[in-house]
Design a protein around this ligand. Structure first.
Ligand code: R5P
Length: 282
């Protein structure tokens, strides 16, 4: 078995190869003068684990090209982050089901898919090959333990993330709760007034994704007004679009923590061990 990874998933791919004690295939990436992607891999044979987060359209094309080079081998796709997964419904007439489009495109040429905290596990049924979704909730919980916070409240920004918050909280036997968020636009959210047990204690807001940071910033403002001593943000996928990291730090968030499903300087939790465990069980 060998690991091969896209440009955006080099660190996670290498960590996975190290844990599984298998080689990583050397691959070169470049662009044609018109901007089209080009890549060339080293030797592939037997089983291949392709690791590639779809963070944007370029990463999607590169991942599709990489899968195509594995034609001769049994290929397992690790899709740590799947962009477009949030457009999983037709919210307005005339919209595409983007999650289905991406799932179908990535199913071609692979025999099995592993996702990590995909936005909604229902998305998995759009893949035409067997797919499983892993959760990093307990890994986030273990990381929060290392912060040695005194009785933190683990808070989900909406009820959709409540069970995730519960799983994070169970790592330390901490309290958990949720707010009620309504999305107004891509970058704006409204959080309904709600008093939570935030007074005189640290709060860790947990979510699957931090994208614009609007959700976390709005929630943090409310929590500081309710007397929280420190507000932290922890997520699986640090999309951190349009300067979100700086904006969050400027609003008084003590720390922004994410995993390496998207490789960032603030990726302090690795999905590699959990993915390796799933591959070993297959
Ligand atoms: C949405 O349902 C997700 O779980 C996240 O809450 C959302 O993607 C966060 O987006 P943003 O950081 O742009 O508020």
């Amino acid at each position: 078995m060998k690991v091969i990874c896209t440009e955006r998933s080099q660190v996670l791919g290498a960590r996975l190869a190290q844990i599984l004690q298998i080689p990583i295939v050397d691959t070169s990436f470049s662009r044609f003068p018109d901007g089209e992607h080009y890549l060339r891999t080293g030797d592939l044979d037997g089983e291949t684990v392709v690791v590639g987060s779809v963070t944007d359209s370029d990463a999607l094309v590169q991942l599709m090209l990489l899968i195509d080079t594995c034609e001769q081998s049994h290929t397992r796709l690790v899709l740590p982050y799947m962009a477009y997964a949030r457009q999983d419904k037709q919210f307005k007439k005339g919209e595409p089901l983007s999650a289905r489009v991406v799932a179908k495109a990535l199913s071609r040429g692979v025999s099995e898919i592993i996702t990590v905290n995909v936005h909604d596990p229902d998305v998995l049924k759009n893949f035409s090959v067997p797919a499983q979704n892993l959760s990093l909730a307990s890994d986030i919980g273990s990381f929060i333990k290392t912060l040695k916070l005194r009785q933190p409240l683990i808070l989900a920004p909406d009820d959709g993330a409540l069970s995730f918050a519960g799983q994070v909280a169970s790592a330390g036997g901490w309290d958990f709760d949720h707010l009620k968020k309504t999305r107004l636009s891509g970058a704006e959210v409204r959080i309904a007034p709600k008093t939570v047990r935030a007074d005189s204690r640290p709060v860790v807001i947990v979510d699957d994704i931090i994208s614009t940071g609007g959700t976390i910033a709005t929630a943090a403002g409310m929590l500081y007004q309710q007397g929280a001593t420190d507000v932290y943000a922890a997520c699986v996928h640090g999309v951190l679009a349009n300067g979100a990291y700086g904006r969050l730090m400027a609003t008084g968030i003590r720390d922004v923590i994410c995993s390496d499903t998207i490789e960032r300087a603030c990726s302090r939790i690795s999905a590699a061990k959990r993915i390796a465990g799933a591959i070993r069980r297959c």
